[in-house]
Design a protein around this ligand. Structure first.
Ligand SMILES: O=C(O)c1cccc(C(=O)CC[C@H]2O[C@@H](n3cnc4c(=O)[nH]cnc43)[C@H](O)[C@@H]2O)c1
Length: 253
């Protein structure tokens, strides 16, 4: 099984890599980015390609789409093992730190999206915010496969709920309350999931979003960030993922 993991920045990518064997990862250049290939010990054909895709949904979508296209153009099979060493991905995971809505998603906890929603893709009107779907365009939500969300939540202990993708980090109690009013199931916000999911949908690849909560969603308070704790939680989660992915049937969405 080939899994692409798209983080925003290098420290998140390295936190994911830390879950795997200490040997140096193989590196592959793709247009605009580099993939690091790692594999869990004794994982059989489970391989993760790690990508630091950039901050925000546009960068995330562009880099993820480049990785999908590069993989599709470069399908190869190891002649000795008959394993696919490249070619289309079976799954993409948008992963990193994020803001947690309080009190449901405390700092240091994990949130796994059962819904990836673009929270600010739409228009302001006299009656308030209107999502693009109500204007007759595109999509604002992507849903990861339910059976996989259940399996991954069970092995990682992640809470499941909506993860919002925002272009602007929430910085006030008023904005946090407004987001929760519009999205009562929201547990976390981050800036890349919807971009990764748009690329995944275009390429027919299932998507997950896993966030380790580094800060509360609300008034801006840099001193309250716990980025180290969140990165450690991300490493711990990826260390537990293999059994859930290996037992998942991609046809069972
Ligand atoms: O300047 C601030 O007050 C501030 C507060 C929290 C996060 C930031 C970032 O620039 C981080 C962006 C980066 O990390 C993810 N992230 C982490 N926490 C949040 C959040 O509360 N809301 C949205 N995104 C968050 C995000 O996915 C980016 O990759 C700045």
């Amino acid at each position: 099984m080939r899994v692409l993991v798209a983080t925003a920045v290098l420290v998140e990518r390295d936190a994911v890599a830390a879950a795997f064997a200490p040997s140096a990862a193989l590196e592959y250049a793709i247009p605009g980015a580099t993939l690091s290939r790692v594999a869990p010990v004794e994982s059989g054909p489970l391989v993760f390609d790690l990508l630091a895709a950039g901050v925000g949904p546009a960068a995330a979508a562009a880099a993820t789409a480049a990785a999908f296209t590069a993989a599709a153009l470069n399908e190869q099979t190891d002649e000795q093992t008959d394993d696919r060493t490249s070619g289309p991905y079976d799954l993409v995971v948008s992963a990193g730190i994020g803001g947690g809505f309080q009190p449901e998603a405390p700092v240091g906890s994990l949130v796994l999206a059962d819904e990836i929603t673009a929270a600010d893709l739409g228009a302001e009107t006299a009656d308030g915010f209107v999502p693009v779907t109500e204007l007759g365009f595109g999509a604002v939500t992507h849903r990861p496969p339910e059976s996989l969300v259940r399996a991954v939540a069970a092995v990682t202990g992640a809470r499941t709920g909506a993860v919002l993708t925002v272009n602007t980090v929430t910085g006030s109690a008023e904005r946090a309350a407004e987001l929760r009013r519009r999205h009562p199931r929201a547990l976390a916000e981050a800036m890349e999931g919807f971009g990764v999911a748009e690329a995944a949908t275009a390429h027919g690849v299932p998507v997950l979003e896993l966030r380790a909560v580094s800060n509360p969603v609300g008034p801006r308070d840099r001193a309250a960030w716990r980025i180290g704790d969140a990165l450690a939680a991300l490493t711990g989660a990826f260390g537990k993922l293999a059994p859930a992915l290996e037992s998942w049937n991609p046809h069972d969405r």
